[in-house]
Design a protein around this ligand. Structure first.
Ligand SMILES: *[C@@H]1O[C@H](CO)[C@@H](O)[C@H](O)[C@H]1NC(C)=O
Ligand SMILES: *[C@@H]1O[C@H](CO)[C@@H](O)[C@H](O)[C@H]1NC(C)=O
Ligand SMILES: *[C@@H]1O[C@H](CO)[C@@H](O)[C@H](O)[C@H]1NC(C)=O
Ligand SMILES: *[C@@H]1O[C@H](CO)[C@@H](O)[C@H](O)[C@H]1NC(C)=O
Ligand SMILES: *[C@@H]1O[C@H](CO)[C@@H](O)[C@H](O)[C@H]1NC(C)=O
Ligand SMILES: *[C@@H]1O[C@H](CO)[C@@H](O)[C@H](O)[C@H]1NC(C)=O
Length: 424
């Protein structure tokens, strides 16, 4: 049913939308007059917009598909820590055709705030960084990809960039209209996309984002759940926090494998059984403190997390991926698309592992991966982490081991059965 009035309106809107790119200069100067970065994305309702074109744009209130402004639109955040299984978990969202998924967009902000010329990379201002993270998340949840231009290095030209971090991990950025599909997509999507979709047109990314009903963003860069309070309290967002945790002993083993250079001392310790005197224990200690503080916040059920918070252990997800994925979708309030189901079946089956050693791959036997640290860490290291992280381990139901035999005997699980009920 297409009434002609409606249709002509849509044509007009379409024209307005197509000229968005041209008008961007205007938007930019507009934005410059706001004291804070555009945090609502909802230009029409909240800002005094004087530009004529924008008035046209706004009076109708529908520059984007209905779903974009729908109160049922979900803003999912996959809140995790490095090497805690977040790539795998992120795929549960990436595979859903109604969800626009982004993999670590905060990377670009972190880069901008990091002094990389120093040998030890250093964050210059933590509070400002967290604020910038928040602004970026807010703008991305509203599909404003131009907001990223402030941070991407080198600076995008003509609202296009070849430096979008891990673009290939976002299915929507590797599909039409953002990137033309080819028939011989035999490689894993991330690799295919990396080779075939070089420059990202941010205008097209924005359009693609607006075309999907929901949005999910994965981040390992925000230290604590508490740092999400302002975002969570914002009435313009419908935030759903999926807090992914993992046994810190597993996190450490995975980091040692993925980041060889940074964990050289640990590798030496693990290989020789002798602890280098210069070992830096602060990173794993901080990881555990952040985990503990976040879990504490979640368990204490503050009003600002009501209906918005769920905790999931990676080990449980790896053991029962379909069941746990269903629980996640139930919490979010969306149906689990059959594509998600199919992806899980295909990617939690070790015998289908055809990707070799690709460091950040998610295709492998998740069950084996979640527990493999037990065979890959020297007992001495395990004991050290147990000592540094004892609070975290007991909060999350991870058992400490007292002997190397208990550590290596895989028939005894170190994951106590626990039920973490979402805070509804
Ligand atoms: C970055 O680090 C280098 C080397 O330590 C130092 O000389 C420079 O002043 C730092 N830059 C800023 C902006 O702090
Ligand atoms: C990006 O896409 C828009 C919309 O299709 C187009 O108008 C613009 O020219 C593209 N930009 C570049 C740099 O290709
Ligand atoms: C795993 O893969 C193997 C070989 O491809 C197949 O025989 C088996 O049925 C699969 N298992 C599941 C649970 O999909
Ligand atoms: C630790 O050492 C053991 C035995 O030498 C090795 O099998 C394992 O892969 C090492 N673990 C890591 C994380 O490097
Ligand atoms: C962790 O270790 C500290 C210091 O040894 C101890 O005081 C504390 O009770 C331990 N916590 C747990 C939960 O075991
Ligand atoms: C591993 O643990 C199981 C169950 O506690 C026990 O029956 C078995 O003997 C252990 N295996 C070894 C090699 O110690």
């Amino acid at each position: 049913m297409c009434l002609s009035m409606e249709c002509s309106w849509k044509t007009v809107l379409l024209l307005v939308c197509t000229s968005l790119g041209i008008q961007y200069t205007a938007i930019r100067s507009l934005r410059d007059t706001f004291s804070a970065p555009c945090s609502g994305g909802d230009l029409c309702q909240r800002r005094e917009v004087k530009e004529y074109q924008w008035k046209v744009f706004c009076d109708d209130g529908h520059q984007t598909p209905e779903s974009f402004h729908s109160p049922s639109r979900k803003h999912i955040i996959l809140f995790a820590t490095t090497r805690s299984g977040s790539s795998f978990t992120g795929q549960l969202f990436n595979q859903h055709p109604d969800i626009f998924y982004l993999f670590e967009p905060l990377y670009h902000v972190q880069q901008a705030f990091t002094n990389s010329s120093a040998r030890l990379r250093k964050i210059l201002d933590r509070r400002a960084l967290l604020g910038a993270y928040r602004d970026l998340l807010h703008n991305l949840y509203n599909c404003d990809f131009y907001f990223l231009e402030t941070y991407i290095k080198p600076e995008p030209k003509d609202h296009a960039t070849a430096s979008f971090f891990r673009r290939g991990s976002s299915s929507a950025l590797c599909s039409p209209p953002v990137c033309e599909e080819s028939h011989d997509k035999l490689e894993p999507e991330e690799i295919w996309c990396f080779k075939n979709c070089r420059t990202l047109n941010l205008t097209l990314a924005t359009t693609a984002c607006q075309g999907r009903s929901h949005m999910a963003i994965k981040t390992v860069r925000i230290p604590e759940i508490k740092d999400l309070k302002i975002l969570s309290e914002d009435p313009r967002l419908n935030l759903k926090i999926v807090h992914l945790v993992r046994d810190p002993r597993g996190i450490l083993a995975s980091r040692m494998t993925a980041f060889m250079d940074q964990f050289r001392a640990w590798k030496i310790w693990n290989a020789t059984g002798r602890r280098p005197h210069y070992i830096d224990l602060s990173q794993i200690t901080r990881t555990c403190t952040d985990l503990s503080d976040s879990v504490e916040t979640g368990f204490s059920k503050p009003a600002w997390l009501k209906g918005k918070y769920m905790l999931i252990r990676y080990e449980d997800l790896a053991k029962e991926p379909v069941q746990k994925a269903k629980e996640i979708y139930k919490f979010i309030g969306l149906g689990m698309d059959p594509k998600v189901h199919t992806w899980i079946l295909q990617n939690t089956n070790g015998s289908n592992n055809a990707e070799g050693n690709y460091k950040f791959t998610t295709t492998r036997n998740s069950k084996a991966t979640a527990e493999s640290w037990r065979l890959n860490l020297a007992f001495d290291i395990v004991q050290t982490v147990q000592r540094l992280c004892n609070t975290t381990l007991s909060q999350l139901g991870y058992k400490s081991v007292g002997s190397i035999d208990d550590l290596r005997n895989m028939s005894n699980s170190l994951v106590e059965p626990r039920t973490f009920i979402p805070f509804l």
